[in-house]
Design a protein around this ligand. Structure first.
Ligand code: HEM
Length: 428
């Protein structure tokens, strides 16, 4: 079995490849081109994600052979591991859970206003762009999807929005460096960007820690420093900086990708788009079905710590495994007619878009608010928005993050008859 994650099919319709795997019954398959074990099937994927004893979370392990200059730059990255295996993970995860709102009620209380304000600002900006010339195609990825979650993360962490452009430039291509395919120049620039972002996070945390002795800085950085309370046994200062870096990166690209998928599903159907403008419950179930049908992270890497017998197949110790979250979410044994986008479908709570077990996404509640709000705000502000004619879907090459390269949209021409804007015909 060859996944060919950088090929045309995976780059436009990864579900076709998941279907092939599931239909063949090969729920554990070895890809000899990638030297990677592919785990499909809902039950296996869930159990591997949750099995922290036999399946380790890899440190920064790029999928491709890096250019020597990019590899050398990465060796200078002295950020300590924080998303790691037990027992370290228990300590860093406790810090995240202590400061992060992980229930929907708490996340709404803390962040709904910030999220709405950013969504409305960007929607206004988008509306102006669309109005500026008669029939422009706007790229929703550039103008909305990728900016919105980054602004939100900066607000949540307590980082000034003035820093947005340089942070975006540094963090761009981070996941492409580890999970995608970049040419030599882009690899070198992505590695430099990552190093610059790490320096920024480290300096910022050290600065805030100095201030923190007399006054608590706002946002999650202040909350993490309060949690640390100067005690290295709880959390060291470099670990605090590494958590800030992780939250910035994890909270940005995956949410940007998810907003793109949710918008595409909404814009493909005029009735859905109209309903999103008026029905918040629908926006929530639309979001949930997007997370199942088109997971923003559809593959997650693990490395076996020991020989593992998985569903009758022996995976040797030290093997790289790709848990295909997308295939799990399309397993027909769990989800009826999995290829159909069906908001409100049965067993939706079993979708694995946010992972499972000890590494379950801490940002899930925030991400749900972001996606739902983005849909409602854009559908209300731009009711006539539609995908550009001849739109051809394509994703950035990656084994993990499924992000549109672009999402060109325009304003639909209103048909006066269909919309009933002509005066009624006089009755005889
Ligand atoms: C729709 C958007 C998002 C998706 C699809 C997503 C998906 C995931 C997945 C699949 C995992 C599990 C990784 C694994 O098992 O190794 C994860 C973990 C994580 N996510 Fe998210 N995520 C999203 C948004 C966010 C946001 C907004 C934040 C933070 C602000 C965040 C922070 C994290 C962190 C820190 C972890 C690691 C947790 C741990 O290992 O203890 N994510 N996410």
């Amino acid at each position: 079995m060859h996944l060919e994650p950088f090929g045309d099919i995976y780059g436009t319709d990864p579900a076709a490849v998941w279907r092939r795997l599931l239909d063949s019954g090969e729920h554990v398959a070895y890809d000899d081109e990638l030297d990677l074990w592919l785990i499909a099937g809902h039950d296996l994927a869930r159990s591997v994600l949750a099995d922290t004893r036999r399946f380790s979370v890899p440190a920064l392990t790029p999928m491709q052979q890096l250019h020597p200059r990019a590899a050398k730059t990465l060796t200078q990255l002295d950020a300590p591991p924080v998303i790691a295996d037990p027992p370290l993970h228990a300590r860093t995860r406790a810090a995240l859970i202590a400061v992060f709102a992980t229930t929907s009620t708490r996340a709404e209380q803390l962040w709904a206003d910030v999220v709405r304000r950013r969504a409305e600002q960007l929607a206004d900006h988008l509306a102006h762009q669309v109005a500026a010339t008669p029939w422009p195609d706007v790229d929703l990825v550039e103008l909305f999807c990728s900016r919105f979650p980054l602004y939100v993360m900066l607000d949540v962490l307590g980082i000034p929005a003035d820093d947005m452009s340089r942070i975006a430039a540094w963090a761009d291509n981070f996941t492409a460096l580890t999970c995608g395919r970049l040419d030599d120049d882009d690899q070198i620039s992505a590695a430099n960007g990552l190093l610059a972002l790490w320096d920024f996070c480290r300096d910022l945390v050290v600065l805030r820690a100095g201030i923190h002795r007399n006054w608590q800085p706002h946002g999650l950085i202040g909350d993490l420093l309060s949690y640390r309370d100067g005690d290295d046994h709880r959390l060291t200062l470099p670990e605090t900086s590494a958590l800030v870096l992780t939250l910035l990166v994890a909270g940005w690209e995956s949410t940007a990708a998810a907003v793109g998928h949710a918008l595409e599903h909404g814009l493909r159907d005029r009735d859905r788009w109209a309903q999103l403008a008026v029905d918040e419950h629908y926006a929530a179930v639309h979001t949930e079905e997007t997370l199942r049908h088109s997971p923003a992270i559809d593959g997650q890497l693990r490395i076996t710590t020991t020989d593992v017998d998985l569903d009758g197949t022996l995976i040797p110790a030290g093997s790289r495994c790709l848990v295909l979250i997308g295939a799990a979410n399309h397993d027909p044994r769990v989800f009826d007619q999995p290829a159909t986008f069906q908001p409100g479908r049965a067993r939706l709570s079993q979708q694995l878009g946010f992972g499972a077990g000890a590494h379950y996404c801490v940002g899930a509640a925030l991400a749900r608010i972001e996606i739902t709000t983005a849909l409602s705000v854009l559908a209300r502000r731009l009711p006539d928005l539609t995908l550009a004619a001849g739109y051809d879907r394509r994703f950035r090459p990656s084994v993990s993050v499924r992000q549109h390269t672009a999402l060109p949209a325009t304003i639909a021409v209103r048909c006066p008859v269909a919309h009933g804007t002509l005066p009624p015909v006089a009755q005889p």
